[in-house]
Ligand binder design. Structure first.
Ligand SMILES: Nc1ncnc2c1ncn2[C@@H]1O[C@H](COP(=O)(O)OP(=O)(O)OP(=O)(O)O)[C@@H](O)[C@H]1O
Ligand SMILES: [Mg+2]
Length: 341
């Protein structure tokens, strides 16, 4: 399986007759068995891109290739990339078993095979106690699982998800996303998954594409995206970031008046430091004053004013150490985790 998106643009006509570019110059390669996530803020074009992959929308320019064949103008049913939505869209008058078997029945698969396949999926998704229930007799999470099972039973090569968990409570979201990930791996399905939740994206994905205003900001593994963001947008959207002016002086880089080792030679003028990699200790490189202090249970979340900058620090709880506003503290950046842009 391979899905290739080349030089894709999507323009919509707005009410006043103008063109609005929802997607600009999208180039992506989705490989076999990959969990591929489109991540970005509301309105950045995630759903539009997913709908183009599914075949509900046509690109204004550019092409989609599936296993080397141009499918840009193929109909939805010719592609067979089932899509799981935020609303489950189950058939209300059908039981769980009937809902899951519906697609196979439509395809003309024989009854015995349908029963075998449906039972297997029902077992795998933990729906056995609910198999004779109707959608209105189940919780949101159970209905979500039926929607998932109904798509998987068709044994698709590619499955598309558009914010499938946004109706669920926080705990159920976490267990369902683990379940989707497990099923995806067990069945070797390629998944294209849309979310605006960066933690969800990090937790399930092999690869994340960060989108903003219809363009791709960065593509990479969760670790690459988090530890080596290529832009301020990515650094801020995925986790918290201190983005600080930096001055390169030969072999050294000067950050807030203090020289650090400079492992890179290119002349980049900003440094990104994650709040959890700023270390508070006696005789640190920098001294500042706490302007905000929030106790988070496992951590303290601090804002510390140093020269003209406000630095975020995530400090693990240590004994009954306390941090108060106006307190003076000293800290250092961990130079091995600094990232330059
Ligand atoms: N049919 C349409 N006609 C005109 N504009 C559209 C159409 N569909 C989407 N858009 C615009 O394209 C942009 C991208 O929309 P899209 O639904 O892809 O965003 P999204 O990233 O999925 O956002 P969200 O996280 O809110 O679901 C938005 O500005 C939207 O208003
Ligand atoms: Mg959307």
């Amino acid at each position: 399986m391979s899905l290739l998106i080349r030089d894709l643009h999507k323009r919509f006509k707005t009410d006043d007759g103008k063109n609005f570019s929802a997607l600009k110059n999208i180039n992506l390669e989705i490989t076999d068995g990959e969990f591929f996530t489109l991540l970005g803020p509301s309105g950045c074009g995630k759903t539009t891109l997913l709908r183009i992959i599914a075949g509900f929308e046509r690109p204004s320019e550019g092409n989609l290739y599936f296993n080397g064949n141009d499918i840009s103008h193929k109909a939805v049913f010719e592609r067979n990339f089932p899509m799981v939505f935020q609303s489950y869209a189950l058939f209300p008058h059908m039981s769980v078993t009937e809902n899951i078997g519906y697609g196979l029945k439509q395809k003309g698969v024989d009854k015995a095979t349908i029963a075998k396949k449906v039972n297997r999926i029902i077992e795998m998704t933990g729906l056995t106690p609910n198999k004779d229930k109707y959608p209105h007799q189940m919780s949101g999470g159970q209905q979500q699982r039926v929607a998932l099972a109904r798509a998987i039973v068709m044994e698709p090569e590619v499955m598309l998800f558009d914010e499938p968990l946004s109706n669920l409570d926080a705990n159920l979201r976490i267990s369902m996303r683990q379940e989707i990930r497990r099923i995806q791996k067990d069945f070797g399905i390629t998944v294209v998954y849309v979310t605006h939740d960066q933690e969800e994206a990090m937790a399930v994905s092999d690869k994340i594409v960060v989108m903003n205003h219809g363009i791709i900001e960065q593509v990479g593994s969760p670790i690459e995206i988090y530890s080596k963001p290529q832009s301020e947008f990515v650094a801020n959207f995925v986790g918290q970031a201190n983005i600080i002016p930096a001055k390169i002086v030969g072999e050294r880089v000067n950050i807030l008046g203090v020289d650090y080792n400079n492992k890179i030679s290119i002349d980049l003028n900003k440094v990104i430091s994650r709040p959890e990699f700023v270390k508070i200790h006696d005789s640190g490189n920098h001294t500042g004053v706490i302007t905000n202090s929030t106790y988070l249970g496992a951590n303290w979340n601090l804002k510390v004013k140093v020269l003209d900058e406000e630095i975020s620090i995530l400090a693990p709880i240590f004994g009954n150490q306390n941090f108060d506003v106006n307190q003076k503290i000293s800290f250092s950046f961990d130079s091995s985790t600094l990232h330059f842009i």
